[in-house]
Design a protein around this ligand. Structure first.
Ligand code: 3HC
Length: 286
């Protein structure tokens, strides 16, 4: 069955970005969040993002209006019964995700595919709490979603070829480039990215160089658009720590040991841009 209606759960930075690109590709989107204020902020964020595209002449005002018209904010999770696909983008907690997926399994129609935007939690474990593990899949978008072309598509142990094909085609329809990966800790993106960020933090911790110097080396020497510490602040230091812990636990290998300085910053509430302070200080939180 063709995917026409998508429910995005979680209206944060990732969820609102996913809702925006899904609606821009012509899909009907139900955007759900348990917190009304987050739902409101999510709609404001994506409206601003579309507004910037209009100002730059990349999008016509009428197109913006029709994209927004395809996004329905909804406070009730029960509306998942209308969706052909649900994309979950809530906090990175296995407990929260499995509780939600159990609920979705009850609410959704039999054909509905359940996708998670998790950055590193095991898809197979999330799928196992549902009665439809062959229809559970990882759809890992990158931040900022409207800009980054990649969607990592993660097959759980039981994900069917048919479901994989539908999600790959949908990602392309959303203007993204899908890359197929299997379900192992950190998948590919965060297994490669996070140890680099963690190592950059170690260089600061060990006094090898200041954060600005580390970032300059990677930007000017390796042509990265952001240095690893600037990127860590952008992603959120709590998210970086949680992914390093998943890698460390999942592989049991000391090479993934989170840097003590990362732990210290997270404990201090220096989470990066969202709290106004991480490796750098920001004027206001995003
Ligand atoms: N939302 C929407 N659009 C945005 C945006 C946002 N938050 N931030 C920037 N943009 C757009 C700008 O409007 C601009 O669009 P235009 O080309 O149409 O004019 C374009 O992106 C470039 O932005 P800027 O000129 O303002 O700034 P930069 O050239 O410095 O680019 C950046 C900003 C795209 C964020 C760039 O610095 C970059 O690519 N950084 C690395 C991002 C990255 O690595 N993301 C992956 C993080 S890991 C992840 O998400 C996985 C997770 O599991 C942890």
């Amino acid at each position: 069955m063709a995917i026409q209606t998508v429910m995005v759960i979680g209206a944060g930075q990732m969820g609102s970005g996913i809702a925006q690109v899904a609606a821009a590709s012509g899909l009907n989107v139900l955007l759900h969040d348990i917190a009304e204020v987050s739902l409101h902020q999510g709609i404001t964020r994506l409206t601003k993002s579309l507004g910037r595209s209009v100002e730059k002449g990349k999008l016509a005002e009428e197109e913006k209006t029709s994209i927004l018209g395809r996004i329905l904010p909804c406070a009730q999770l029960d509306r998942a019964a209308q969706a052909d696909l649900v994309i979950e983008a809530i906090i990175e907690s296995m407990e929260h995700k499995t509780t939600l997926f159990k609920r979705l399994d009850d609410l959704c129609r039999p054909h509905t595919i359940l996708a998670t935007n998790t950055s590193s939690l095991p898809i197979t474990e999330i799928a196992a709490v549902t009665g439809r593990p062959s229809q559970v899949i990882g759809m890992h978008f990158m931040n900022p979603v409207p800009v980054m072309p990649l969607v990592e598509i993660i097959r759980g142990l039981e994900t069917s070829d048919e479901v994989f094909g539908q999600i790959r085609d949908l990602a392309e329809r959303m203007g993204k480039t899908p890359v197929e990966v299997n379900d192992f800790p950190g998948f590919v993106s965060n297994r490669v990215l996070m140890p680099m960020i963690n190592e950059a933090i170690y260089t600061v911790y060990e006094g090898v160089a200041a954060p600005e110097a580390v970032d300059k080396v990677m930007k000017l020497g390796m042509n990265h658009p952001m240095g690893p510490l600037e990127l860590a602040d952008f992603i959120g230091l709590d998210t970086c720590l949680s992914i390093m812990e998943i890698l460390h636990d999942g592989f049991g290998d000391g090479k993934y040991r989170p840097c003590p300085l990362l732990r210290k910053y997270v404990k201090a509430g220096r989470l990066g841009r969202k709290t106004g302070r991480g490796f750098y200080t920001y004027d206001s939180s995003l």
